[in-house]
Design a protein around this ligand. Structure first.
Ligand code: NAD
Length: 248
């Protein structure tokens, strides 16, 4: 069986980090990729990188926490590319600096609104567009599988993303659509740099990771692209850790 990536898809949060690495890797495999991001300049930069290397990309601005924005961005993708073979719901925000009683409800709702409701909205508007053989990957986190200290809203949201992934996998399997999650451990991206700034967090993470280092965004992206490929045709409903052995 071929490991080829399917033809046309979208990646949310593709202006940076894991999403950008995934968009570049899909394009290298010959896919046309819609690069969705809240940050229009970042999306344009990723699309430009793909274009420069001979690939096909479309930059689209989206706020995944806003249903009208999600509908419009996915609509624009389908208008330009004529359909959707894969979707990667990767956009998310960190919230790793407070214990539960220190969070306001508004802060909790904001983190859930982007990381969980945002993923729900993307799934809701992507699933009807996919045909048999279509694939979706939600980028959750190892925080979707176990606790991260001082990250209650983030961990609640990412556990929810893993739950949504499993239910969608079961409900849409009869239509031949696969839905999986990738759960990165600490990964060297701008988001992690912001969390670690001024601390010894990176050294501490490396010390408790069996492989002794953080992941590179390209390593999480490789798992995303594989799950969207025909090589993973019998894989659905899993939460795949890319974490240097932390989950073990
Ligand atoms: N880096 C890590 O260590 C790590 C670990 C586990 C999980 N993750 C998850 O991986 C995903 C990507 O993280 P990253 O580290 O590459 O982050 P990043 O900050 O480098 O990139 C995230 C991108 O998402 C975009 N974005 C944020 N909110 C958005 C919104 N409302 N609508 C649309 N786009 C939005 C940002 O503009 C940014 O370009 C996230 O879901 C994150 O929770 C990251």
């Amino acid at each position: 069986m071929s490991g080829a990536v399917r033809r046309t898809g979208l990646v949310t949060g593709a202006g940076s980090g894991i999403g950008r690495a995934a968009a570049l890797e899909f394009a290298r495999g010959g896919a046309a990729v819609a690069v969705l991001d809240l940050d229009a300049d970042a999306a344009a930069e990723t699309a430009g990188l793909i274009g420069k290397s001979g690939g096909e990309a479309l930059a689209v601005t989206v706020d995944i926490a806003d249903e009208q924005s999600v509908k419009a961005a996915i609509g624009r993708t389908v208008e330009v590319y004529g359909g959707l073979d894969f979707a990667v719901n990767n956009a998310g925000m960190a919230s790793h600096d407070r214990q539960l009683d220190e969070l306001t409800l508004a802060e909790f709702d904001r983190v859930l609104g982007v990381n969980l409701s945002g993923t729900f909205l993307c799934l809701k508007h992507e699933l009807p567009l996919l045909d048999g053989g279509g694939a979706i990957v939600n980028v959750a986190s190892n925080g979707g599988l176990y606790a991260i200290p001082r990250a209650p809203a983030y961990v609640a949201a990412k556990h929810g993303v893993v739950g949504l992934t499993k239910v969608a996998a079961v409900d849409y399997a009869p239509r031949g659509i696969r839905v999986n999650a990738v759960c990165p451990g600490p990964t060297d991206t701008p988001a992690f740099d912001r969390i670690a700034a001024g601390t010894d967090l990176i050294a501490r993470q490396e010390a408790i990771t069996p492989l002794g280092r953080m992941a590179r965004p390209e390593e999480a992206a490789a798992a995303v692209v594989w799950l969207c490929s025909e090589a993973a045709a019998c894989v659905t409903g899993i939460a795949l850790s890319v974490d240097g052995g932390r989950r073990a």
